[in-house]
Design a protein around this ligand. Structure first.
Ligand SMILES: *Cc1c(COP(=O)(O)O)cnc(C)c1O
Length: 397
């Protein structure tokens, strides 16, 4: 089978490039630049060197011994992206794209952010490489994530509030795209997940594939073979695509993506695109989109800001339709329960996004045999969510 996406950025019927004419040239330039950079020994060596000496890669694979014992089935292994610099997988993509920006001769980067995790990662990489940095963020998110706003400013970034639409992530992406159109000669747009027009879905997946490449070697040597199941949470889908990519060729390995089931199944109460979405175009790509009957993009809800987005990466749409991966939903309450469980049994406070993947594992681990392994992508640490969980539980800090 030919590797996907095709030259036009399609994964089957999903993906592509649905953008105004003015963005076609910069997207072509980016596609060319990435094609050359990924083949350039020196570029690859510099990226690998920074991933190891600055980000702390390879991240460890931890056997969750007490959690496995508690659930009474498969051995559960955690791929520890929470231990990467800035506390999540997002730095892998941010650093790769900032290096690419420098190689393209662009002194300025811009990015969108929702909860602020991608914004912090980009501001970090920009500080390291000496790039000018501007982050777009909905004013509603700025209010909810004041600490991350200040963190980005500490890192030397300018944070611009977006007061349009729902004043959240989707509006920040619109504004970042608008900035990019007007400053394309000097500016690279660092998109934060496997979303957007071609080449972003493949570019971000390739930069995150380091997670799966490491995990495949690690689990073979620790467990002595392949896992039965690989589980990851799916917001845009970058941490999932990063770990799935290494296992896709092994048909015997089941891949499961976990979406935000929120508070219920009514439109507006969740962010489960595969349960409630339909084909549509959002932010330049054709994929599953949560929308009303007139095709208006729906509001979404999740306890975890990182999963709270109405569309999903087009490659996940392809894996879903071709049945190479399956997608399930986990509610806010189940995620919070798994958040506590991992903290108490393993001494790891996971991000609420990650807790969705863990909650699914608690449902299925007991059905597997002891010699089988489940690999979970521990996409990030939960320090950012501690205050939120305390508030949900009525604890005054
Ligand atoms: C941003 C984020 C996610 C969701 O993004 P993906 O692109 O789906 O990976 C998941 N986990 C953590 C810790 C995050 O910060």
């Amino acid at each position: 089978m030919k590797p996907l996406p095709d030259e036009r950025g399609y994964f089957g019927v999903w993906g592509g490039r649905f953008v105004p004419e003015t963005l076609m040239a910069p997207l072509e330039e980016l596609t060319r630049a990435w094609r050359e950079a990924r083949r350039d020994r020196q570029f690859r060596r510099e990226l690998e060197e920074l991933l190891s000496s600055y980000c702390g890669r390879p991240t460890p694979l931890s056997l969750a011994g007490r959690l496995s014992g508690h659930l009474g089935g498969a051995r559960i292994y955690l791929k520890r992206e929470d231990l990467a610099h800035t506390g999540a997988h997002k730095i892998n993509n941010a650093l790769g794209q900032c290096l690419l920006a420098r190689r393209m001769g662009k002194p300025r980067v811009i990015a969108e952010t929702g909860a602020g995790q991608h914004g912090v990662a980009v501001a970090t990489a920009a500080a390291l490489l000496g790039l000018e940095c501007r982050i777009y963020m909905g004013v509603e998110d700025e209010r909810r994530q004041a600490l991350n706003v200040y963190r980005m400013k500490l890192l030397g970034a300018e944070v611009v509030g977006v007061d349009a639409g729902s004043r959240t992530l989707k509006d920040a992406i619109n504004e970042a795209l608008r900035d990019w159109v007007t400053h394309v000669r000097t500016t690279h747009y660092v998109l934060g997940s496997v979303l957007g027009p071609h080449p972003y879905p493949v570019l971000v997946r390739e930069l995150q594939s380091v997670i799966g490449a490491e995990a495949l070697l690690q689990i073979r040597s620790r467990h002595g073979g392949l896992p039965a199941l690989v589980v990851a949470c799916v917001g845009g889908g970058s941490n999932a695509a990063g770990i799935f990519s290494a296992f896709v060729p092994y048909r015997q390995v089941e891949l499961v993506g976990v979406e935000a089931g929120g508070r219920g199944s009514a439109l507006g109460e969740h962010a489960a695109r595969f349960a409630g979405g339909a084909a549509g175009v959002l932010h330049g790509t054709r994929t599953y989109v949560l929308q009303d009957q007139l095709g208006q993009v729906a509001a979404t809800h999740s306890v975890s800001a990182g999963l709270d987005y109405p569309a999903v990466g087009p490659e996940h749409a392809f894996w879903h339709d071709s049945r190479r991966a399956s997608y399930v939903r986990v509610s806010d309450d189940e995620a919070v329960e798994a958040f506590h469980l991992l903290a108490e049994l393993e001494g790891i406070v996971p991000a609420l996004e990650t807790a969705h993947a863990l909650a699914y594992v608690t449902h299925v681990a007991g059905r597997l045999r002891r010699e089988q392994a489940i690999l979970v992508n521990l996409s990030g640490r939960g320090d950012k969510d501690v205050a939120e969980v305390a508030q949900l539980e009525g604890v005054r800090l």
